[in-house]
Design a protein around this ligand. Sequence first.
Ligand SMILES: Cc1ncc(COP(=O)(O)O)c(C=O)c1O
Length: 330
Amino acid sequence: MLEHGGRLRRAAREHGIPLADWLDLSTGVNPHAYPAPPVPAAAWQRLPEDDDGLEDAAARYYGSAALLPVAGSQPAIQALPAVLAGARVSLLAPGYAEHAHAWRARAPRLCAAHELEAAVEDSDIVVLVQPNNPTGMQFARERLLAWRARLARRGGWLVVDEAFIDTAPAPSLAPAAGTDGLVVLRSLGKFFGLAGARVGFVLAPAPIRQALAELLGPWTISGPARHVARIALADTAWQAAARTRLVAGGERLGRLLASHGFAPTHGPALFRWLPTADAPALHAALARRGILTRLFDAPAALRFGLPADEAGWQRLERALAELAAARTTA
Ligand SMILES: Cc1ncc(COP(=O)(O)O)c(C=O)c1O
């Protein structure tokens, strides 16, 4: 099992700081999750049914009906190698590590962003995260569509994990889903803040969806999770307000880090990525102050999620000011 953000309990043990006293910035999950409505008793009692409106709500939200609901994008990430044929696999790196882990039996080539264009030429399958977690890297939509076309001509596949795209969804490839050679993954875990509900979608041509559905089996998403996801996907007023708030939060986080000399940073609204040689020391210094960030080692970098409230912002600001002062005197 790979390492992930959100390991707050372990940090609390290691630093002797009670769980409740932490500012957890280690994930890119919206700190203001969709307010899940009460779940009707029947959703607990009955087996989930496919025609409960979840797929229609998702089709409207994603702009395509070529979708399969899954229990978060994670099981889809794990199952894709079983349904996509092709020996030569290239992955954007650094990237969300579960992709490389899932494809490990095909010895994937790990490509920096500038190497991907060439990799499309001699790969059967290209996998990338857009915007990338953790680097925030984004490719132009037209460029990805051109890659898809080149791969599809040879029977290949472009897999685009759009887990973090919802705050600025214009470049999403989801509306193009159903065309040959394209698989798009979406998740309700980040923008909707419903990581615990375990709901995501695979947008892909019908044969791929059918093969995945066979593999993953019936009732992959629980009735209560389907209920909440359907309502969240249809709530355009909440989505618009959340987008505005998160975009403002992302800009504030970038400005705050830069104002203390922690720049440049990149990322979608939900997190900022700070590549810096002293990332391990900064991570430790923040943790001693009860602030949990996500540490990466290749390249050395920290990822900051958004504080949930004003007290969190102030606390982060104070810690960054102390760290910046220590940096200049060091
Ligand atoms: C880029 C990316 N894709 C997919 C996932 C998996 O999310 P979920 O299984 O909750 O949809 C994550 C989780 O951190 C992620 O960062």
